[in-house]
Design a protein around this ligand. Structure first.
Ligand code: G16
Length: 559
């Protein structure tokens, strides 16, 4: 780094002093905190993004969002060249720079890192480019400006503002740009609507309707997703959507996928008049999706169709298309390809879903919470489907498989156009275009759910009958220091504080099919508790007793 670069960094960093007495850390999906604490962090992550762009020679993305968190929070997520989350190798550096106390120590960390990573400052013009996006939070505009100043404090780096977008749209744009395609909202809508139409045209004739032609009601969480879907729905012939909670109310307050999934109640603006209808809920930045149906008999209670059920629906559909393609093929023949289909879940996956997926003969892998972990595992399969129970997930297709699929599809078109095999190949190709392979995307996920339901001729209730969830309960406990909880084996075992796992085991043993784990949240300052058992009362009791243990071991001593 030359002198000009060093003094530019010192000068700009002086304008963004870090808040006193606060330590921020890179969590499940980037930094997240009260928005008033974040200016210096996003400025510094702007520098990191510019360096990442220099290092990789590719466009990087920065999204200002706190997703499902309350409206006064904000945060920043980084998209790597593939459109996926920032490589985990760079997380320690992001932690270090976020907490550097002054411009000189910041400069020193950057200088050492640039040297270690052998980041060159000469080359193409512009030397680095970062696409910036933000959700609808009021603090977003000022934070985006701080991030931009971070980016431009690396000489030759530019920040391109993509405006108010969903997180998955920004990740998609980064992936598109690095793949030589146009990165705009209109190209995103075009790709999704074209592949959606293709799949709708390929649905079998004469399937029973089973009520799935009725309007889909969508809870937009009063965030960016509702706004975008309202715009986009006009391009979706054959699908009738009514979007509620489009931004008039408070973001994520009594609305959104996180609220619906965790509380298992209908969001604001949904009620008994909607009983039995097919409903979906997006989260604050539209990277999560859950479905639900309002129950008639109980106030605000819902039948929840969560990420595990979305995963199961996708797995069923993909498996069926693959077996159509492979029917009658000589397994050793050149034309067949035994694609490895695998699914990835976390400890939050309902035990019944994992049993169901295994009974389908699928390989099921468990990772810690956070799409960065699930995505990485799913990429090891030819077709990897990953979903968290909270509705965050997608499908990844390997390049080798897509290459084979494209060639087979061409051959089938010339030899047997209109055959069941050709249609199965077309469907899989269309799914690879519709689904956002950069990151979980509520909008593209929703369209895929809708076409599969049409294909199957299923109602939401028939879909929900795939298997019966074990009753579960999630709680959060405020503690003095959440980093005191250390877990292992994909968060299924707590190794610290010492003794708590044994105490939890004693509680779990009281309930048939009891299962429970705790973990520190990476997006909120709490410990999360998950419990499941054969009855709701048992799951509730198990969760409460373990929450009390957490409080005894680590809390403020309230119980
Ligand atoms: C983020 C991550 C998800 C994770 C969620 C909850 O979601 O992207 O993978 O499941 O946080 O994390 P935690 O339990 O650690 O708070 P989002 O939608 O909030 O960005």
């Amino acid at each position: 780094m030359n002198e000009n670069q060093q003094s530019l960094l010192l000068e700009s960093a002086a304008r963004f002093p870090p808040p006193k007495g606060v330590r921020l850390s890179y969590g499940t999906a980037g930094f997240r905190a009260d928005a008033s604490l974040l200016e210096s962090t996003v400025f510094r992550v702007g520098i990191l993004a510019a360096l990442r762009s220099l290092k990789t020679g590719s466009v990087i993305g920065l999204m200002i969002t706190a997703s499902h968190n309350k409206v006064s929070d904000n945060g920043i997520k980084v998209a790597d060249p593939s459109g996926g989350m920032l490589t985990q190798d760079w997380e320690p550096f992001s932690d270090a720079i976020a907490n550097a106390p002054d411009p000189h120590s910041l400069l020193q960390l950057i200088t050492e890192f640039v040297k270690k990573e052998e980041i060159g400052f000469e080359g193409r013009q512009p030397a680095a480019e970062v696409l910036l996006g933000r959700d609808t939070r009021p603090s977003g505009e000022a934070l985006l400006e701080a991030a931009k100043q971070g980016i431009t404090s690396i000489i030759g780096a530019i920040g391109t503002d993509m405006g108010v977008v969903t997180t998955p749209q920004l990740h998609w744009m980064v992936r598109a740009r690095n793949g030589g395609l146009e990165a705009s909202e209109s190209s995103y809508f075009h790709q999704l609507s074209t592949s959606f139409r293709c799949l709708m045209d390929l649905k079998p004739e004469g399937i029973s309707k089973n009520g799935n032609d009725a309007t889909l009601l969508v809870d937009g969480a009063d965030g960016v997703g509702g706004e975008k879907l309202e715009q986009f729905k006009k391009m979706l012939a054959g699908l009738c959507i009514e979007v509620r909670n489009r931004g008039d109310g408070i973001l994520n307050e009594g609305v959104g996928a996180d609220y619906v999934q965790k509380e298992k109640v209908a969001p604001r603006s949904f009620g008994s008049a909607d009983t039995g209808l097919r409903c979906a809920s997006l989260d604050g930045d539209a990277d999560r999706l859950v479905y639900f149906s309002v129950l008639s008999n109980e106030n605000n209670k819902i039948e929840l169709v969560d990420g595990d059920k979305i995963l199961s629906l996708f797995a069923l559909f993909i498996k069926e298309q693959l077996s159509i393609l492979n029917e009658g093929e000589d397994k050793k023949g050149n034309d067949s390809y035994q694609a490895r289909l695998g699914v990835v879940q976390t400890a939050y996956a309902n035990g019944a879903s994992t049993d169901y997926l295994k009974e389908m003969g699928l390989e099921v892998v468990l990772t810690p919470t956070g799409v960065k972990y699930l995505h990485e595992k799913a990429a090891e399969f030819d077709i990897g489907i990953y979903f968290e129970a909270n509705g965050h997930g997608t499908i990844l297709f390997s390049e080798a498989f897509l290459c084979w699929l494209e060639t087979s599809h061409k051959t089938l078109l010339s030899t047997s156009e209109g055959s069941v095999k050709q249609k199965a190949a077309s469907r899989l190709l269309a799914v690879s275009q519709l689904i956002n392979q950069a990151v979980g995307d509520a909008l593209s996920g929703l369209l895929l759910v809708e076409v599969i339901l049409k294909y199957m001729g299923w109602s939401i209730h028939r879909w929900n009958e795939l298997y019966h969830d074990l009753p579960s309960r999630q709680l959060k406990v405020k503690v003095v220091d959440r980093t005191a909880v250390v877990t292992a084996n994909a968060e299924t075992v707590t190794v610290q504080p010492i003794g708590i796992q044994e105490a939890m085991n004693a509680e779990i043993a009281k309930y048939p099919r009891g299962r429970c784990f705790i973990r520190p949240s990476g997006t909120e300052d709490v410990i999360r508790v998950y419990a499941e058992a054969t009855t709701q009362d048992a799951a509730d009791a198990l969760a409460s007793s373990v929450a009390r243990l957490v409080d005894q071991y680590l809390g403020f001593g309230s119980s």
